[in-house]
Design a protein around this ligand. Structure first.
Ligand SMILES: NC(=O)c1ccc[n+]([C@@H]2O[C@H](COP(=O)([O-])OP(=O)(O)OC[C@H]3O[C@@H](n4cnc5c(N)ncnc54)[C@H](O)[C@@H]3O)[C@@H](O)[C@H]2O)c1
Length: 249
């Protein structure tokens, strides 16, 4: 059922070609937002935009790499040109552990996309968000931005950076722009497909979840919707765990 919690919102969602970003873009559109769907995978971004349009919403797809500063400027310019402004940014583009790389290469690559990419897009969007009078940024951190991971220093380092970058920008950009992040537990998306296919991993990991399940993309899209919408107009600098209780125990 379509509602109007994002009526008049002009949104840019990175990583919109898959997983949490796609679910967020679709949910935003269902709530009345116009949505720029950005992803390094251009065809996937176009697919999300096409799904939104098929449902009666307004969207366009754009292929761009968040680690490329010039591309960040272009994605914001394209959104402003198309929609006449920008009210809402969601930084969902991100990568998990890159096992084919050496530990040092992996660390640099993950930080470049997950942390530096979040900064580059946010910086490019700041002026337009501030000009809108209702600007918000919602970043994708992780439970591994709050506690350590047994698997990837680069992933945990990048997400811990996203949590404190969120606080920094919230302080620096107030009152014009609100900046928050969500810290999801394990969500069933292509990013976690290898883990989710591993029965032994699932059996062990699920014991760490008080709510006794892994997450769904819609669990995260709902939290992002709240933080991005005007309902959260007094919320900035928050790091909201959406993790079935993982970080509570
Ligand atoms: N799935 C989880 O369990 C989980 C948990 C906590 C946090 N997160 C975070 O949520 C975000 C979304 O994850 P997801 O599970 O939806 O992953 P996903 O792999 O399904 O989607 C990520 C999307 O980001 C895009 N992308 C990757 N690098 C990019 C770049 N440099 N420029 C532009 N686009 C790029 C990919 O093409 C992909 O479409 C990520 O930041 C991830 O770290 C995911």
């Amino acid at each position: 059922m379509a509602t109007t919690r994002m009526q008049g919102a002009l949104a840019l969602v990175t990583g919109a070609g898959s997983g949490i970003g796609r679910a967020t873009a679709v949910r935003f559109a269902a709530e009345g937002a116009r949505v720029a769907c950005v992803d390094r995978a251009a065809a996937a971004a176009d697919e999300t935009a096409a799904a939104i349009k098929a449902g009666g919403g307004e969207a366009f797809g754009l292929g761009a790499d968040v680690a490329d500063e010039a591309a960040c400027a272009r994605m914001v310019a394209a959104t402003v040109e198309r929609f006449g402004g920008l009210t809402t940014l969601v930084n969902s583009a991100g990568v998990g552990p890159q096992r084919e790389m050496s530990p040092s290469e992996e660390f640099r690559r993950i930080v470049e996309i997950n942390l530096t990419g979040t900064w580059l897009v946010s910086q490019a969007a700041r002026t337009a968000l501030a000009a809108s009078g209702r600007g918000s940024v919602t970043n994708l951190a992780s439970i591994y931005g709050l506690v350590g991971s047994s698997r990837s220093p680069g992933y945990a380092g990048s997400k811990g950076g996203v949590v404190n970058l969120t606080r920094q920008l919230a302080a620096e950009w107030a009152p014009a722009v609100r900046v928050n992040c969500v810290c999801p537990g394990h969500i069933d998306t292509p990013l976690t497909a290898t883990l989710m296919a591993d029965a032994a991993w699932r059996a062990t990991m699920i014991t760490r979840y008080p709510l006794a399940r892994f997450g769904r993309v819609d669990d995260i899209a709902a939290a992002i919707l709240y933080l991005a919408s005007d309902e959260a107009s007094f919320v900035t600098g928050a790091a909201l765990p959406v993790d079935g209780g993982y970080t509570a125990v």
